[in-house]
Design a protein around this ligand. Structure first.
Ligand code: ADP
Length: 324
């Protein structure tokens, strides 16, 4: 292997820049050439490549988003699009690449690998923490900390006015952000896609907390919670059935995707970047780098894409006990 490329693809997440930096610096350390591919697979198809050296990635470890830009690319889903991408890589002398992205990006990478045999290693970058084969994805810790900070602030105003707040956080299919934020920020209840607590239990819990003298309450709601109601409908429901509360809603939205990565995400990105390049140099391919029990591990990309992540049952229990 003489020349390696790196790209960021799909939804962005904090820590992607730190991972790009790690890949580029590892290439420099190993004395192989490194090309940055801009705008994900779109840039691959268009040949939007720039040679990077160790100094090209100065001062980016602390930056959110991705300096390489990301894109969703329909053309890469077609054989013709992927053929163009292959031709561009060959013309530029690129032997292999690292893709930093979510499971869509991995699906694309795997199909591309099977068609053209260009070795690829994936680094999981998504705030949702919903990728099989790693306990942590890049950006999850940062997003979680952003959510906890926001809820702490909401709590200040909630307790001044004795209000109940429904706080919606990201998580259409998984409740990792919601559950962890609920525990860390001391939420009254946490509604996640993985289990349906039912509206009755929510009312009971809110009644109980009012009785016990709590002046304010926070309920964390993942986007994909199973009550069948969104945060605004939940507000209406509680106002109707439990008029003792003054209810407010806060939807955190895209602030969860941005911001300077936490130390945890920066360290994880650095470790993943090194592992990805080393694995390619060892002749490995079509794998994803992950972290399990604080060790760097490799999982077949196809398993990462098809496997499901499980919500932490022990943490659900902890959450239940804390809301007594
Ligand atoms: P994420 O990587 O964050 O899950 P997407 O699902 O949008 O984001 O995927 C990113 C890109 O990966 C898509 O825009 C597309 O170019 C490529 N991709 C996703 N799924 C496939 C697929 N089944 N075949 C080929 N390319 C795909």
């Amino acid at each position: 292997i003489k020349k390696l490329a790196v790209l960021t693809s799909g939804g962005d997440s904090p820590g992607m820049n730190a991972a790009v930096r790690a890949v580029v610096r590892t290439c420099a350390f190993m004395e192989i050439e490194c090309m940055a591919i801009y705008r994900g697979y779109e840039g691959m198809i268009e040949g939007d490549f720039v040679p990077f050296n160790a100094r090209s990635v100065n001062n980016i470890i602390n930056k959110g988003g991705t300096i390489l830009k990301s894109a969703r690319c329909e053309e890469f889903r077609t054989p013709e699009g992927r053929q163009k991408a292959y031709d561009q890589l060959k013309a530029a002398g690129i032997d292999c690449f690292v893709v930093i992205g979510g499971d869509g990006s991995f699906r694309g990478a795997s199909i591309f690998y099977k068609e053209f045999g260009i070795p690829v290693i994936g680094i999981p970058g998504t705030i949702d923490n919903d990728i099989f084969g790693t306990q942590f994805t890049l950006g999850f810790d940062t997003a979680l900390n952003t959510v906890v900070e926001a809820i702490d602030k909401i709590r200040d105003t909630a307790s001044s006015h004795s209000r109940l707040f429904f706080v919606e956080v990201m998580g259409r299919d998984v409740g990792h952000i919601a559950l962890n934020a609920g525990v860390a920020a001391g939420a009254e209840e946490t509604l996640i896609p993985e289990q349906n607590l039912g509206l009755e239990r929510l009312l009971d819990s809110l009644k109980r907390s009012k009785k016990s003298g709590k002046s304010s309450s926070i309920v964390v709601v993942a986007e994909g919670d199973k009550t069948g109601k969104n945060v605004f409908e939940l507000k209406e429901y509680v106002e109707k059935n439990l008029p003792i509360y003054d209810v407010r809603v806060s939807v955190l939205g895209h602030i969860q995707r941005g911001g300077s990565p936490t130390a945890f995400d920066r360290v994880l990105a650095s470790r993943m970047g090194v592992k990805a390049v080393e694995s390619l140099l060892e002749g490995k391919a079509n794998l994803m780098v992950g972290i399990v029990a604080n060790e760097m591990v490799l999982t077949p990309i196809d398993d990462a894409v098809k496997g499901h992540t499980k919500i932490d049952r022990e943490l659900i229990r902890v959450s239940d006990i804390m809301t007594i």
